[in-house]
Design a protein around this ligand. Structure first.
Ligand SMILES: [Zn+2]
Length: 80
């Protein structure tokens, strides 16, 4: 069995690409990152992790980075 040449992107990458194509992707990533700051022990202090600790950078920040990375590769005004 060989993998198909047209690799199917995982759902997280596909989601990030969709967000990156949004005209206000900068605002979206800024909102994603808001409040996700490290505490003195290296944990993310956002209330979303109050009952489930996540190390900083947390999964939300990694998603925001992925969106920003996708947006950097998408030419402005493209995708019409
Ligand atoms: Zn966080």
């Amino acid at each position: 069995m060989s993998t198909p040449s047209t690799a199917h992107p995982d759902s997280r990458t596909a989601f990030a690409r969709e967000l990156a194509s949004h005209p206000d992707h900068d605002g979206i990533t800024a909102r994603l990152r808001a409040g996700h700051d490290p505490d003195e022990r290296g944990w993310c202090r956002h209330g979303a992790h109050a009952h489930r600790w996540e190390q900083h950078p947390c999964s939300v920040l990694l998603l925001a980075d992925l969106v920003a990375g996708c947006a950097a590769r998408v030419p402005a005004g493209g995708g019409g």
